[in-house]
Design a protein around this ligand. Structure first.
Ligand code: ZN
Length: 207
């Protein structure tokens, strides 16, 4: 049975780890789970730049549907664990993790193999290309690039700039990389305009 077509993933977070957090949400009222099974996880990771097209088709062929679906379930567990962690950091001046939380991410990272490869150019005149990426030999290897992004967020970004959208019911997160550090919305099209319209209506009512 084919699934109903999902809208493209919401990739507005300015960091892949937070895009991962936003892989479930209800931008238009009804909740959408972008990684509900193994195939969906591969599509989401490819769209989010965490997996190459070749890597996705390779693992789709070599791994069983059961293993891929199980990995998607583990990814969802990891995501909700990560959400709790992010919510708990609210108001802190720096990331604060318990040793067992650091260990959980490190354990996934330790399973990864990252390889560089020199490749011929697309034509005779084209320059050689240096490509790199994680080896994805088994379904569970898919968790490594995700854990890498979580580790990157926690080590390279400012905790105080990771924020939840101001939309009253919005569950989307982003890291504020704007110059004036005043980003409020996940996306103008999703929550920004909605808030503007509500404020406009409120003003009209009062006048
Ligand atoms: Zn929002």
């Amino acid at each position: 049975m084919s699934e109903p077509q999902k809208p493209p993933p919401i990739l507005i977070a300015d960091h892949p780890a937070l895009d991962f957090l936003n892989s479930v949400g209800a931008p238009h009222g009804t909740e959408i789970e972008w990684i509900n099974n193994g195939a969906a996880l591969l599509s989401w990771m490819t769209a989010a730049g965490l997996l190459s097209e070749a890597g996705a088709s390779g693992i789709a062929e070599s791994a069983s549907t059961k293993d891929l679906d199980e990995t998607a379930a583990r990814a969802r567990d990891l995501r909700e664990w990560f959400r709790d962690l992010i919510i708990r950091q609210d108001g802190l001046s720096g990331w604060k993790l318990a040793p067992d939380e650091i260990e959980l991410i490190s354990r996934i990272l330790s399973k990864g193999t990252y390889r560089f490869q020199l490749q011929p150019g697309d034509s005779d005149e084209a320059q050689l290309r240096l490509s790199s990426g994680y080896e994805i030999n088994e379904a569970e290897d898919l968790l490594v690039p995700i854990a890498h992004q979580i580790a990157d967020l926690l080590s390279e970004t400012d905790c105080q700039l990771t924020r939840n959208c101001d939309g009253p019911t919005c569950t989307f997160w982003f890291t504020d990389i704007t110059k004036n550090k005043k980003r409020r919305w996940c996306d103008m099209k999703i929550c920004g305009n909605r808030a503007k319209t509500a404020a406009f209506r409120e003003r009209k009512k009062q006048s």
